[in-house]
Ligand binder design. Structure first.
Ligand code: PMV
Length: 332
């Protein structure tokens, strides 16, 4: 099955219907994985080898506005600036939109506003694709379920399947070849005291895409064979830690999940390293503070930036050690 066939399966008759509205808009939060998605069982459909678990970052994310235009080409505007439609960013976006408008040659003005750094390992593609799918749903008036929105967002970027929901989200890996059972679902627990600190050390675009890095890791890392078992174990521990509000257990498991993922990448060939010196300084500071009794942990994705995990009561202390950190309380 390819992407177009899966879109047809979900939209059915609706794939031939013209937009009901002249515009559609939606916001999707970015999400940070506490148990990472790393490795695909199907490249075309972004089907993962393992499940994963994330937290959505409240009002941090992307807003997509789609409007029908009379032009002969699409117009893409990112954070207020027109983007060259020949850029790799535009090509990826247009290719994704084309999945949904094969029958009708609609041209769109696509305005995306993101309040997080683009492509710096802060899951900008996740909230970008999720917001586009939700905006398309509004434009065409498809009335898709969150599960269907999640599956469609996944075709743009795997982690986008989790950005359909606020709060904690589990992405079921699924077993089916068509991926209809691989989608994000809300994990209905709230933890108002939970804080995420965004420690942006570098907001340059990453040099190796997560798609390429995942594939290379799966193909060449001797450590990758240990990854699926680690994920299955961490998934259960993280859910239990959330239910029992055991912050130290949650933090430890999330941090160790991230460091294990990065170890599989470093052992790939050619090696993949997303850290810069400031990333390591941030890690060392986190470990030092923990030794002094402060309950703080980090996680890291496909970029140099760290996300700190801590509780509200330690906010001021965290700020005194990391003055540039941006704090998000996803449940407040
Ligand atoms: O969704 P992608 O293809 O950008 O991959 C995301 C990979 C990580 O951010 C490193 C992990 C995750 O689960 O979000």
């Amino acid at each position: 099955m390819n992407k177009s066939e899966l879109v047809n399966l979900i939209l059915g008759e609706r794939s031939h219907v013209l937009p009901k509205n002249v515009s559609g808009g939606a916001f999707a939060p970015t999400n940070i994985a506490l148990c990472k998605y790393w490795g695909k069982r199907n490249q075309e459909l972004n089907l993962p080898l393992t499940p994963s678990f994330s937290i959505s970052l409240g009002s941090k994310g992307a807003t997509a506005q789609l409007a029908l235009i009379e032009n002969s080409a699409d117009e893409i505007i990112l954070n207020g600036s027109v983007v060259d439609t020949r850029s790799s960013f535009s090509k990826r976006l247009i290719e994704f939109l084309d999945l949904f408008r094969r029958a009708n040659k609609l041209r769109l003005q696509i305005c995306i506003h993101s309040n997080i750094p683009i492509a710096a390992g802060l899951a900008s593609s996740a909230c970008g694709f999720a917001s586009i799918v939700m905006a398309l749903d509004e434009l065409f008036d498809w009335n898709l379920s969150p599960k269907e929105l999640s599956i469609l967002a996944r075709l743009g970027s795997g982690s986008a399947s989790r950005s359909i929901w606020p709060g904690f989200v589990e992405w079921h890996k699924g077993e089916r070849a068509d991926g209809m059972d691989s989608y994000g679902e809300s994990f209905a627990e709230e933890w108002p005291e939970l804080c995420i600190g965004l420690l942006v050390v570098n907001n340059q675009e990453k040099s190796v895409s997560s798609r390429e890095a995942m594939q290379r890791t799966v193909m060449t890392s001797a450590l990758f064979s240990a990854w699926p078992a680690k994920v299955n174990q961490d998934m259960e521990i993280i859910k239990q830690a959330i239910i029992s509000r055991d912050f130290a257990l949650l933090g430890k498991t999330a941090e160790s999940n991230a460091t294990t993922m990065h170890a599989t990448m470093l052992s790939a060939w050619p090696p993949i390293n997303y850290s810069v010196p400031e990333t390591l300084l941030g890690m060392q500071e986190t470990w030092r503070l923990r030794q002094q009794g402060l309950s703080v942990y980090f996680t890291q994705d496909a970029g140099p930036n760290l996300k700190l995990l801590f509780l509200e009561k330690d906010k001021n202390e965290i700020l005194s050690h990391f003055p540039n950190v941006e704090i998000v309380q996803p449940f407040k």
